[in-house]
Design a protein around this ligand. Structure first.
Ligand code: ADP
Ligand code: ZN
Length: 603
């Protein structure tokens, strides 16, 4: 039976179980249902899917959704079906019988939405079939894949540019979370929707807390952080396969349900890890950037960058995979100077000078973010061209502001020590000289005799290291990777030594930065007191039901729904419908079982 409700508000409530539209959703939905094309720019988790799913339910015919990833299609279709929507997908994972059944449904107008891969859609035979059907709209998800400017170009997307002409009367909506101007314009031109309105939602994800910590003993830092989320899902990103394997093995040996994921693993193994992650059997996936594109898990509670990401775009996209459900989430970046140096060296070894220049610039911006002493969110949003007048109050800088002090004299001492030791030593030795430590190396080089030996006794190793690091970040020193990371002067070093510039540096934080506390569920929904015990029971029921149905847990109900349920404790089907994320279909399917658990908890 097709779902037919009178207004888009009733569809939102009765089919999807949500009480309010998110910013821009209503305008977009109305614009599409009136037959317009649209370009939608929303951050990951912003709620792009509803922008075409609701029109699909309000317009005659089938909505065709183009999606690049088979795993994503399947999850979306599962979730829609759980809400009682007639959705299907057509891709290489289906056998011939399944595919022809789906085609028949399409021809008979028995589908509200059909998800297809771009290469399938543009097959002449398939286009002919579409011409004989009633098509409500075309939705092109991950539309940035059409542009070579984007980070994710897919040649199969290029042909989609023909759709606008082939189906001149059918609304076309392109959606992406990729922000930069160049890609944006390119996508609109290539899809022939350059004159269509652009709906751009803010890029802020206020529920994500951004934290940057100095990378010191990364394995311990990670272990401590992960242990703060004993029941939650998270992703740890590393730059190399080898590192992924090491980190995953270490987590596993400390009893965390973790797994490695990278392009070197076999396809079945990768699928296994993804599925187990979706089913909450694997809690932490340690991955290279290859992981995540196909993952639409709304309750990822943390994302850790174990290594420095290559650009703010990728960092933002990867951290954006946490907290899609709108509940508090954590993004932790472990920032090590050595990582920055290695990344720079790798880039500089490239052969295309333009590419090298662009990548170095991106890396530099990423480092500037990590080094920022102002609100992280402000730096991030600023990068995407959004101004944020107030400090966010939910990043490490806002929560634990660094103390700035006049470091001019300290900087001069450090630079003198670099100079007197001949610009041939790394940070460790220079700090030893400053602090007057008689190490073997100091003896060997006769550095006790230098005038700078011991001029900085009053500062700790951490403090001196921090001064030198900040000199490097400000460009007053460089590290020569080719020569054992020796510290060297730059053009501006003289300005500092002469006292022409005054340096405001941040004091190193007193304690090693600790992971922010795991978000308390009770804080999750304002004003509601969540019964944690009941929440756990509801979660157990969800695990059972999801396993029976062979779908990821969140397809049954999202964490947010369970939290709301555990707070409201509904006793009747009507009350159950009030719960966030409970629509008519889910009430029919799961209502009774969950009402029973709530009832038991009362008794
Ligand atoms: P995107 O595709 O933009 O990354 P999704 O469409 O997957 O995001 O939506 C992210 C999450 O937000 C999903 O769990 C979805 O159910 C939820 N969501 C979307 N719109 C609303 C809304 N109006 N109210 C409540 N939750 C919503
Ligand atoms: Zn902030």
């Amino acid at each position: 039976m097709p779902i037919r409700t009178t207004t888009i508000d009733t569809t939102l409530a009765e089919v999807f179980g949500f009480s309010e539209f998110r910013p821009h959703q209503r305008e977009i939905i109305e614009h599409i249902t009136q037959g317009g094309d649209a370009f939608v720019l929303m951050p990951t988790g912003g709620g792009k899917s509803l922008c075409y799913q609701i029109p699909a339910l309000h317009m005659p015919g089938t909505a065709i959704v183009v999606s690049p990833l088979i795993s994503l299609m399947k999850d979306q279709v599962d979730a829609l079906q759980a809400n009682g929507v007639r959705a299907a997908c057509l891709n290489s994972s289906l056998d011939a019988d399944q595919a022809s059944a789906t085609l028949r449904d399409l021809r008979e107008g028995a589908l509200d939405l059909l998800y297809v891969a771009p290469e399938r859609l543009m097959l002449p035979g398939f286009l002919n079939v579409l011409h004989t059907c009633d098509i409500a709209l075309f939705a092109i998800d991950e539309a940035h894949c059409v542009s070579q400017w984007g980070h994710d170009f897919r040649p199969t997307y290029v042909a989609l540019g023909e759709l606008r002409e082939l189906f001149p009367r059918t609304p076309l909506i392109a959606l992406t979370a990729t922000a930069d101007d160049q890609t944006r314009e390119d996508v609109r031109i290539r899809l022939h929707i350059a004159t269509a309105p652009v709906f751009a939602a803010g890029f802020d994800r206020p529920n994500i807390r951004y934290t940057v910590a100095d990378k010191r003993q990364a394995p311990q830092q990670l272990a401590r952080f992960v242990s703060e989320f004993p029941d939650d899902s998270g992703i740890v990103y590393c730059l190399s396969r080898k590192r992924v394997e090491q980190v995953a093995a270490r987590l596993k040996s400390s009893g965390v349900a973790a797994a490695a994921y990278h392009a070197g693993l076999s396809a079945p193994e990768r699928t296994r890890v993804q599925d187990a992650f979706l089913a909450d059997e694997i809690r932490v996936v340690v991955a290279t950037v290859a992981f995540g594109m196909g993952i639409d898990k709304p309750d990822v509670r943390f994302v850790v960058h174990y290594d420095l990401p290559k650009s703010i775009e990728s960092y933002y996209q990867e951290t954006g995979r946490s907290g899609r459900d709108g509940l508090p989430a954590e993004a932790l970046l472990l920032f090590g100077l050595q990582d920055a140096m290695t990344a720079r060296m790798l880039i500089e070894s490239g052969s295309n000078p333009d590419q090298v220049r662009i990548e170095l610039h991106k890396l530099q911006t990423m480092i500037a973010f990590a080094e920022a002493t102002t609100c992280r969110r402000r730096v991030l949003l600023g990068y995407f061209g959004e101004r944020q007048p107030q400090e966010c109050g939910n990043c490490d800088v806002c929560l634990d502001p660094p103390q700035l002090y006049d470091a001019t004299v300290d900087a001069q001492k450090a630079l003198s020590a670099v100079h007197r030791t001949g610009q041939r030593f790394g940070i460790g030795h220079v700090v030893d000289v400053l602090r007057g430590r008689s190490t073997d190396k100091v003896g060997e080089w006769g550095h006790e005799g230098l005038s700078v030996f011991g001029v900085g006794e009053e500062l700790s190793v951490d403090e001196w290291t921090s001064v030198i690091r900040q000199l490097i970040h400000h460009g007053h020193l460089t590290q020569d990777i080719a020569a054992y990371s020796a510290l060297k002067f730059t053009e501006t070093t003289g300005d500092v030594l002469r006292g022409d510039v005054e340096l405001q540096f941040a004091r190193p934080r007193a304690k090693a930065p600790k992971a922010a506390k795991a978000p308390k569920r009770s804080r999750a929904l304002e004003g509601l007191e969540v019964d944690e015990e009941l929440f756990e029971r509801l979660r157990e029921l969800r695990t059972v039901l999801a396993a029976e149905a062979g779908v990821p847990a969140y397809v049954v109900f999202a964490d947010r729904t369970l939290a709301d349920m555990a707070a409201r404790r509904p006793t009747t089907p009507e009350e159950m419908l009030e719960v966030h994320g409970v629509g008519a279909a889910k009430l029919r399917r799961y209502g009774e079982a969950f009402l029973e658990v709530v009832g038991d908890a009362r008794g």
